[in-house]
Design a protein around this ligand. Structure first.
Ligand SMILES: Cc1cc2nc3c(=O)[nH]c(=O)nc-3n(C[C@H](O)[C@H](O)[C@H](O)COP(=O)(O)OP(=O)(O)OC[C@H]3O[C@@H](n4cnc5c(N)ncnc54)[C@H](O)[C@@H]3O)c2cc1C
Length: 353
């Protein structure tokens, strides 16, 4: 089915990925978003997709997700590779595995997480324990008594990917500064009352989709650290009894440190408590960070449904996708491909090997 007129509410992660896939499939697409333009504002408003660190960790996320979601995430990594190739920007993502670290006194907390990882679906690689010398060889910038390599996990440059998905799509109309008040079958109603008719209306407003969905925002905070020649080449997760902390090398001199998880829709600036906890935990495994410069403190809301699981609702003239919570980047291409296949809107994207 090609040539449909499709309206999308939300130009975040899902909105841009859907617009790109549907426009390439020959549909006429218009996207609506209250943001002033396509670039990130880094002020707590706009798409959570820009704030995300970009870990693609189906195995490590088994600590917070079901084996079925992990399997979807595993498939999605190959789909991201295919998207990056189609965008002619393979450097948007990397797949060198990730590391889990634990300090000597935190081995109990680490063993609880490792037990969760044993619920991985068949075919998943298993965590490989690394002695301190092996860790020093793999990532000389790190130090920890206990380390595990999770082979084939990945990472994606979230900001650059959202920019490319917007820049490289042809024939999509972007209506910035436009809030959608309601999404119903074949119709988007804008704030102010104007109602627009479409063959298909898509609701991907993330945390802004209430009251259509019982979605809530879960606050997350990140720190951008600038350190020339930091040397880290893969994402690192610190297994700590109180904090969930990870470091993602975005470029040769930039690291994204995240992330707090607070049951609150507060979009105000990053708290001292979160900043101190994140930075001291990161410094404890990467001493060179003492000289890093704090370039940005960012925060946003992860869109979550009551069961913390993603949800796809597909009916005549209406598609809603939401609840991607802390796994949005991990899951998005798999969820999008599944929804588009069910709606028979575009030919399937083949995952890269
Ligand atoms: C701190 C942090 C770290 C994260 N780290 C990771 C990670 O490492 N790995 C991972 O997989 N995931 C991560 N995530 C999760 C991921 O970013 C989200 O799951 C994902 O962005 C959700 O995508 P979405 O398109 O549903 O929502 P969003 O990306 O938030 O996009 C929603 C869009 O809808 C727009 N909108 C809102 N209301 C309206 C309206 N009324 N009308 C029109 N448009 C509207 C918004 O402006 C926005 O552009 C992280 C999130 C946060 C906050």
């Amino acid at each position: 089915m090609a040539g449909l007129c499709i309206g999308i509410a939300g130009a975040g992660l899902l909105g841009r990925l859907l617009a790109w896939r549907l426009a390439r499939g020959g549909h006429r697409v218009t996207v609506f978003d209250p943001a002033a333009g396509p670039a990130p504002s880094f002020d707590g408003t706009g798409a959570a997709g820009f704030t995300a660190a970009g870990m693609l960790s189906p195995l490590a996320e088994l600590d917070n997700a079901t084996p079925a979601l992990a399997a979807q995430g595993w498939r999605a990594i190959g789909l991201w590779q295919a998207v990056a190739q189609a965008l002619d920007a393979p450097a948007l993502m990397r797949r060198r595995g990730s590391l889990m670290l634990a300090h000597r006194g935190d081995l109990g907390a680490a063993q609880r997480v490792l037990a969760r990882l044993e619920t991985a679906p068949a075919g998943f690689p298993t965590p490989q324990a690394l002695a301190p010398a092996a860790l020093a060889e793999l990532e000389p910038a790190l130090q920890a008594a206990n380390a595990w390599l999770l082979p084939q996990e990945g990472q994606i440059d979230t900001v650059a990917t959202l920019e490319q998905l917007h820049r490289q799509v042809r024939g999509v109309g972007w209506r910035w500064g436009t809030r959608v008040a309601d999404v119903s079958p074949g119709r988007l109603t804008l704030e102010g009352g104007e109602a627009l008719a479409f063959d298909l209306a898509i609701d991907v407003r993330g945390a802004g989709a209430r009251p259509a969905l019982p979605v809530r925002g879960v606050r997350g905070e990140t720190v951008w650290l600038r350190l020339a020649g930091h040397g880290l080449t893969r994402p690192v997760r610190l297994l700590h009894p109180r904090h969930r902390v990870y470091l993602v090398p975005r470029s040769a001199d930039l690291l994204i440190l995240g992330a707090s998880e607070v049951e609150s829709e507060d979009r105000s600036p990053v708290s001292l408590k979160s900043a101190v906890e994140l930075m001291s935990a990161a410094h404890s495994v990467m001493p060179a960070l003492a000289e890093a410069r704090i370039e940005r403190l960012d925060r946003n809301l992860r869109p979550a449904l009551p069961d913390n699981e993603p949800r796809t609702e597909l009916g005549d003239g209406l598609l809603r996708l939401n609840g991607l919570f802390r796994h949005g980047w991990l899951l998005a291409p798999a969820l999008v491909e599944e929804a588009l296949a069910r709606a028979a809107l575009v030919p399937a994207l083949e995952a890269a090997a």
